[in-house]
Design a protein around this ligand. Structure first.
Ligand code: AMP
Length: 217
């Protein structure tokens, strides 16, 4: 399997799993959230246009993210190596747009992997996680995977920070947005025969082992 969608509530660990899977294969990781954060930090026109949505935990317009994804899917490297779409589609309309994009390029989805986690654990995961300013790694967590040196990324030595939208209030808003706008995406894929649910509660290594089993099956 090489063309994958990772879906799940914020904090379910889909970004972490995408990062681990792409590091151990040639499959390319496409995180719409990470791309948008980079645009914001580079103060591009796109970054300026989407900044407020991210700060508030709201979704940016479908067309904006769909354009980003269309650009990525058109790349030869991605078509050859496969992709993990992490954080897209997040609305039913985005799922419909993606369907069209894949048909146009003759690419088949292999699986939609749903990372399933209870809401109270999601909040704990979101508020404790730390991201690296340098390499963008999301592997660190203050409780579950603290860095060896406080504030320093184990992978590259870069500075760790808390995403502004991981504060308790915005995180709760993002979970509401997920329930209202992204749960219908799961319904959309339910009858495709390609939806695989993975329990995201166990440790990173256990969840990753399950993911590898799925991808290699
Ligand atoms: P993430 O890193 O996936 O949690 O995304 C962070 C933020 O980026 C979200 O709260 C949204 O504001 C925005 N975002 C990322 N992906 C999408 C998407 N597919 N549709 C709309 N907004 C998105």
């Amino acid at each position: 399997m090489k063309n994958l969608i990772f879906i799940g509530a914020p904090g379910a660990g889909k970004g972490t799993m995408a990062e681990k899977l792409s590091a151990s294969t040639t499959i390319q990781h496409i995180s719409t959230g990470a791309i948008l954060r980079e645009e914001i930090s580079n103060e591009t026109e796109l970054g300026k246009a989407v900044k407020q949505f991210l700060e508030e935990g709201a979704l940016v317009p479908d067309e904006t993210v769909a354009n980003i994804v269309a650009g990525k899917l058109a790349s030869d490297e991605i078509q050859k190596n496969g992709f993990i779409l992490d954080g897209f589609p997040r609305t039913e309309n985005q799922a419909v747009i993606l369907d069209g994009l894949l048909k146009e390029s003759g690419v088949e989805l292999d699986a939609i992997v749903l990372f399933d986690l209870a809401e109270d654990v999601l909040m704990q995961r979101l508020t404790g996680r730390r991201v690296c300013k340098e390499c963008g790694s999301t592997l660190h967590h203050m409780l579950f995977n603290p860095p060896k040196t406080e504030g320093v990324c184990d992978k590259c030595g870069g500075e760790l920070y808390q995403r502004p939208d991981d504060n308790a209030e915005t995180a709760a808003d993002r979970l509401d947005v997920y329930k209202e706008q992204t749960l219908p995406v799961i319904e959309f894929y339910k009858n495709s025969g390609k939806l695989v649910t993975i329990d995201a509660a166990p440790s990173q290594n256990e969840v990753f082992a399950k993911l590898q089993e799925t991808v290699n099956s």
